[in-house]
Write a protein that binds this ligand. Structure first.
Ligand SMILES: Cc1cc2nc3c(=O)[nH]c(=O)nc-3n(C[C@H](O)[C@H](O)[C@H](O)COP(=O)(O)OP(=O)(O)OC[C@H]3O[C@@H](n4cnc5c(N)ncnc54)[C@H](O)[C@@H]3O)c2cc1C
Length: 470
C-alpha cells in the first residue's frame, strides 16, 4: 500500500528529485494528468478527476534514471508522458504519484539511409523536419505529429500516415530498436532489437521508460494532398480499397481515408474547396502519380476536388489533409459538438464494399462511418472509426452489438486498460514488466492481468498463454 501524499512526503520527494525540474503546481499537475480520454463520455466520467501529484521534466537520460530511482526509493507510482495525445487515458495516473514528462529529451541523435535514432521525447513533426533535407521521412507517423512524441507513439500508438504503404508500427522492421530504463535503485537500460521490440511496443509505458528509439525511414516524395468526392459511400469506399491495393509503382500513397459526407459537413475550413454533400476519399499521392489517381477516381464515379502540394496548402492556410483523417476526423466534429464520440471497428472483409455500405445503412443517423486503410505485411486491412452520436451506455452497447452481429470486430475505445475487448493479455509485456518494474510502479492500474501474474517469475509469465488457472 503506497503511503498517502502528505505535504511532508511531497517535500521530501521534491528535494530528492533535485536537480531535475519538478513542480507540484496544481494547475500544471492537473493539465499533465489528462490526455484525450474525453473523446469518450464513459472515460470522461471515470477519469476527469484523476490526477497525479508531481510533474518532473528530465532533460537527459541520466535525469530520467534519477527520477526512476527516486520513485523506487519512495514506492511512488510513475506515469511516463509525451504529448498526452493518447485516446484512452493511457497517460492518466490512476494512482497519483509522479508524472515524468519526456519532451525535454528531444534530440535527433543520428540519421542514415533508412533509419533515424532519436530521444523518446522528440516530436514527430520535428523528426520529419530533420529528415526532409536528407530526402527521408518517418515510415509512418500519427496525425498528431505536431504535439505527439515518438516515445508516446511507440508506447501507445499503432499506425498512422504511411501505414497504408509501410504497415503498422508492429510490422517487422518499422521499429528497429527501443532502449528503455528499468525502475530500481539503479535503473538499468535494456535494448530491444528486431522482433524483441514487441516486448515493449504498445505496452502503455507499464514495463520500462523508453529513452531512445531507432525507427525506419523511407525516401520522401513530392506528396500531393488530395480529396475526391463521391455521391455514394459504397463507391467512395470501393475507390479507397482500390487505391489501398494499387501497385506502389502505379499509385503510391501514404494515406487512404474514406469519410462520410455527414462528417465532412463538420470541416468548415474545406467549405470553399470540396462540396459539403459528398463522401470524401482523402489521400496523399506522389505528384508523378496524380494522373493515375484521377483516373482511378473517375473510373469509380468520383471527382478530384482538391490536389495541392505543401506550398499551395500553406498559401491557402489549410491544415494537412491528414488532419481530416485518423482520429483528427473525430476531433473536427468534437470541436463543434461535444455530444459526439467514436468507436474502433475492424472490417472483416476489406474488399466487400457492399457489406460496409449495408452496415452504414443499418446503423442509420446515429453512426457515421469513416474508414482507414492500412497494409500489414502487404495485406490490405481496414478499420472504421465512426462518429457516434452518444446517448447512453446501453445504446452504445447496442450499436457495438450491431457491428458484432455481422462479424465486425469492436476494439472498444471506451475502456482504460490494455486488455480491453479483443485485447488478450500480452505475456511478453508482463514478463518484461516483472524484469523491468518488479514493484509494479509504472502506470499502475492499466493492466488488469498484471495483478493476477505479478507473483510469478518473469519466465513463468512469459510461458503463459492464458490467465486460466493462474
Ligand atoms: C486527434 C488525434 C489523432 C490521433 N491519430 C493517431 C494516429 O494516426 N495513429 C495512432 O496510432 N494514434 C493516433 N492518436 C493517438 C496518439 O496521438 C498517438 O498514439 C501518439 O503517438 C501518442 O503520443 P504522445 O506523445 O501524445 O503519447 P502520450 O499520450 O503522452 O502517451 C501514450 C502512452 O505512452 C506512454 N509513454 C509516453 N512516453 C513514454 C516513454 N518515454 N516510455 C514509456 N512509455 C511512454 C504513456 O505512459 C502512455 O501510456 C491520435 C490521437 C488524437 C487525439
Amino acid at each position: 500500500m503506497t503511503e498517502p501524499m502528505t505535504d511532508a512526503r511531497r517535500a521530501r520527494i521534491m528535494a530528492d528529485l533535485a536537480p531535475v525540474a519538478v513542480t507540484d503546481d496544481p494547475v500544471t499537475v492537473k493539465k499533465r494528468s489528462r490526455d484525450f480520454f474525453w473523446y469518450s463520455p464513459l472515460l470522461n466520467a471515470q477519469l476527469r478527476r484523476t490526477f497525479g501529484d508531481l510533474v518532473a521534466s528530465p532533460a537527459t537520460r541520466q535525469e530520467l534514471a534519477h527520477c526512476l530511482s527516486v520513485a523506487w526509493q519512495h514506492d511512488l507510482p510513475v506515469v511516463l508522458r509525451g504529448g498526452g495525445t493518447g485516446n484512452y487515458g493511457q497517460a492518466v495516473p490512476l494512482r497519483g504519484g509522479l508524472i515524468i514528462e519526456t519532451t525535454g529529451m528531444n534530440r535527433v541523435l543520428e540519421t542514415g539511409a533508412g533509419f533515424v535514432r532519436v530521444e523518446a521525447g522528440a516530436l514527430m513533426a520535428d523528426i520529419n523536419a530533420a529528415l526532409q533535407p536528407e530526402g527521408y521521412e518517418l515510415a509512418m507517423f500519427p496525425s498528431t505529429q505536431d504535439i505527439a512524441t515518438i516515445g508516446g507513439f511507440v508506447a501507445g500508438g499503432s499506425a498512422g500516415i504511411g501505414s497504408v504503404s509501410n504497415g503498422p508500427l508492429r510490422q517487422n522492421g518499422n521499429i528497429i530498436r527501443i532502449s528503455a530504463l528499468s525502475v530500481s535503485e539503479n535503473p538499468q537500460e535494456h535494448v530491444f532489437d528486431g522482433e524483441d521490440v514487441l516486448g515493449i511496443h504498445h505496452a502503455w509505458g507499464i514495463n520500462g521508460a523508453i529513452t531512445e528509439v531507432t525507427m525506419r525511414t523511407v525516401p520522401t516524395q513530392d506528396w500531393i494532398g488530395c480529396m475526391a468526392g463521391f455521391a455514394s459511400y459504397e463507391q467512395c469506399y470501393a475507390a479507397g480499397y482500390a487505391l489501398a491495393c494499387a501497385d506502389d509503382d502505379a499509385i503510391g500513397r501514404k494515406l487512404c481515408s474514406v469519410v462520410d459526407a455527414r462528417i465532412a459537413g463538420y470541416f468548415p475550413r474545406l467549405r470553399e474547396h470540396v462540396p459539403q454533400d459528398q463522401h470524401l476519399l482523402v489521400t496523399l499521392v506522389p505528384r508523378a502519380h496524380l494522373a493515375a489517381f484521377r483516373a482511378l477516381t473517375e473510373a469509380r464515379g468520383g471527382t478530384v476536388h482538391l490536389a495541392i502540394d505543401d506550398a499551395e496548402r500553406t498559401a491557402l492556410k489549410l491544415p494537412h489533409v491528414f488532419e481530416f483523417a485518423y482520429n483528427h476526423t473525430t476531433l473536427q466534429v468534437l470541436k463543434a459538438d461535444r455530444s459526439a464520440t467514436y468507436q474502433q471497428i475492424g472490417v472483416p472483409d476489406p474488399g466487400d464494399a457492399a457489406r460496409v455500405a449495408a452496415m452504414r445503412d443499418r446503423q442509420g443517423d446515429e453512426v457515421w462511418p469513416h474508414h482507414e486503410f492500412t497494409r500489414w505485411d502487404g495485406a490490405v486491412i481496414c478499420a472504421d472509426l465512426p462518429i457516434i452520436w452518444y446517448s447512453t451506455p446501453e445504446r452504445l452497447a447496442e450499436i457495438n452489438a450491431t457491428y458484432a452481429a455481422d462479424g465486425f470486430t469492436v476494439y472498444d475505445a471506451h475502456i482504460c486498460a490494455i486488455e480491453g475487448n479483443h485485447m488478450q493479455p500480452d505475456f511478453r509485456h508482463l514478463a518484461w514488466k516483472k524484469r523491468m518494474d518488479p514493484q509494479g510502479l509504472l502506470n499502475p492500474g492499466k493492466s488488469r492481468a498484471w495483478e493476477k501474474v505479478r507473483h510469478l517469475s518473469a519466465d513463468e509469465i512469459e510461458a503463459l498463454t492464458t490467465l486460466d488457472g493462474v
